[in-house]
Design a protein around this ligand. Structure first.
Ligand SMILES: *Cc1c(COP(=O)(O)O)cnc(C)c1O
Length: 422
């Protein structure tokens, strides 16, 4: 696992060069860190007969980063047609892709089955007759309802719109078999940013239990059990990292026991997004204004279009001001963007070194659900993405949006209906 400051120590000495060349704001991702975390993930679960990570595309949907995942042997977890296109665009196909949609449309079913198909993960029993052609291999997302309490962030499973209810799960597989399914997987996604590995072990245990129930009822075997994503990362300096090694060891022991009593061991699948890339990206943004009214404000050249998590979830993202460290001369500030929304703040009442116009701020842990969540409200455009390569070079992997991109949807053929009402 990469040490917390590894990326920082390589980035900060060359940050000014990068900023001068590319201009701020930008997200920059660390190839070396992503690879180390990927290897750490594989090693932590090497006690299982079979393990596969399907990187959750929504966390960082950039082909250059997805190629790194592919090189490490990872597949992709997609939830939309464009995410399927991204995964297929870098040459992944069939069993390398799991499609986990919810409230699935006809178009999505057709896209899932096209171009070499993928592993179809169904979100509800009512979707079984709606699948245009039942694939040989089918998976269902399980929602335990009152049997589990959710973790803090994702909430209570009873209130969650996802997955097949406990009472319906056997029937769901039976109905899929009636339509021709012959191979099976089981999926769940219970947590978000969970730092307690024991919660993930409980989730694996729960899946083994459901697999046993369904196997006994229908005389089938499961090829894989997918514990979903939701592995947490330490956003705050004082957060303890998730104990991935213990998670791997304890899940391996559970699977071993299952193998001994059931005569086979399914593959463990996982769909980590945040854990894989979250710590390996930062948002670099330049201070452009200082304001001293009832509070002190540092205005920067990025806004919510670059990073929504603080505004939407009140999420903490640690901020460094390279070249200005130390506890002295700190002042309490809000770090703000330029949106006409008062939640457009990257930090609220945060003690930071005294910041001057022109200083670069590093907002940490933006490698997952960062750029991909950005929006265009207020006509604000999304920033560029850079990749810090293992060899020390820095590559543009997505340009910044331009007004032409923003106005592209205003270019269309005239189309006027005069409704007659009958
Ligand atoms: C969002 C999502 C993930 C990834 O979640 P992380 O918290 O980034 O690990 C995985 N699977 C599904 C179905 C998701 O919706």
């Amino acid at each position: 696992m990469p040490a917390p400051d590894e990326f920082k120590n390589r980035l900060f000495p060359v940050l000014q060069d990068i900023a001068d060349h590319f201009g701020t704001p930008f997200h920059i991702y660390d190839e070396a860190g992503i690879r180390k975390t990927g290897e750490h993930l594989k090693k932590s679960f090497s006690g299982l007969p079979a393990f596969k990570e399907y990187f959750a595309v929504k966390a960082l949907p950039n082909p250059s980063v997805m190629n790194i995942m592919k090189e490490m042997g990872f597949g992709f977890d997609c939830s939309s047609i464009t995410e399927l296109m991204l995964a297929r665009g870098i040459g992944s196909t069939g069993g390398e892709i799991i499609f986990t949609s919810n409230n699935t449309s006809r178009e999505e079913f057709h896209a899932a089955a096209a171009d070499g198909g993928c592993i179809l993960n169904l979100d509800d029993i009512s979707l079984v007759p709606k699948v245009p052609e039942m694939p040989e291999l089918i998976c269902f997302r399980y929602n335990p309802g009152p049997r589990r309490t959710g973790n803090e962030i994702i909430g209570n499973p009873v209130e969650s719109k996802y997955g097949v209810a406990h009472e319906q799960i056997v029937d769901a597989y039976r109905k899929a078999m009636d339509r021709g399914a012959r191979r099976f997987g089981l999926h769940t996604m219970m947590a978000s940013n969970e730092l307690d590995y024991r919660y993930m072990v409980q989730t694996a245990d729960m899946l083994l239990d459901i697999a046993r129930t369904v196997s006994d009822a229908l005389d089938i075997r499961f090829e894989f059990l997918n514990v979903g994503g939701g592995l947490g990362i330490p956003y705050k300096p004082e957060d303890a990292p998730l104990d991935l090694v213990s998670m791997g060891d304890e899940i391996a022991a559970l699977f071993k026991r299952f193998g001994e009593t059931n005569g086979y061991t399914p593959q463990l699948s996982m769909e980590s997004g945040r854990y894989m890339t979250g710590p390996h990206g930062v948002l670099a943004t330049t201070a452009i204004n200082r304001k001293d009214i009832y509070r002190k404000y540092i205005g920067v050249d990025a806004c919510m279009s670059s990073l929504m998590r603080p505004g939407v979830y009140g999420a903490y993202h640690h901020i460094d001001v390279p070249g200005k460290s130390g506890e002295q001369n700190r002042e309490i500030v809000d770090v703000v963007g330029s949106l006409c929304e008062n939640n457009d703040k990257f930090a609220i009442q945060r003690p930071l070194p005294k910041i001057d116009d022109g200083d670069i701020l590093i907002i940490h842990d933006t490698g997952a659900h960062g750029h991909s969540m950005g929006f265009n409200y207020n006509g604000k455009l999304r920033p560029k993405e850079l990749l810090f390569r293992v060899d020390g070079s820095v590559e543009l992997i997505r340009r910044e949006e331009t007004p032409e991109d923003y106005f592209a949807t205003l270019s269309f053929e005239k189309n006027v209906l005069s409704p007659s009402g009958n």
